[in-house]
Design a protein around this ligand. Structure first.
Ligand SMILES: [Zn+2]
Ligand SMILES: [Zn+2]
Length: 135
């Protein structure tokens, strides 16, 4: 391999890794994708990752931002603060019964292509009369 080939190879590798890092995985749902991007890059107070997912995977889902907004998700991190939470079997509780940061989530359970729904790892937050989640 001469120098040029090595350069090209390295460039290709970086490109492949960048795509792996920033693009939704095959069948990865929008919620797992946004969470993965937030872990890596943080929230910029917009729905940029939700929008990226939509543009890459479900360009016709023009109502996605409105749907996220209706659950209080006006930026990527608010999707998790106000909108979605881990399904019960993926939560961890301390001895007082309070939810704590648990194990990392398993890889996305997968959705059909073109869907903008969360996978089986996620449920909608529900607000009860005392700010408690319904379940
Ligand atoms: Zn945010
Ligand atoms: Zn998922």
């Amino acid at each position: 391999m001469d120098d040029v080939a090595i350069d090209e190879y390295a460039e290709q590798l970086v490109h492949t890794m960048a795509i792996e890092l920033t693009h939704p995985h095959e069948r990865e749902c929008v919620i797992c994708y946004v969470l993965r991007m937030l872990d890596e890059f943080g929230c910029d107070t917009t729905l940029r990752f939700a929008r990226d997912y939509r543009d890459l995977r479900a360009p016709r889902a023009t109502a996605l931002e409105a749907r996220l907004g209706s659950m209080g998700g006006f930026c990527d991190c608010e999707i998790f603060l106000n909108g979605m939470r881990r399904a019960r079997h993926l939560r961890t509780y301390d001895e007082y019964g309070d939810e704590v940061d648990g194990k990392p989530l398993p890889p996305c359970a997968g959705v059909r292509r073109g869907s903008t729904q969360g996978c089986a790892h996620w449920v909608r937050r529900r607000r009860g009369p005392y700010g408690e989640d319904g379940y």
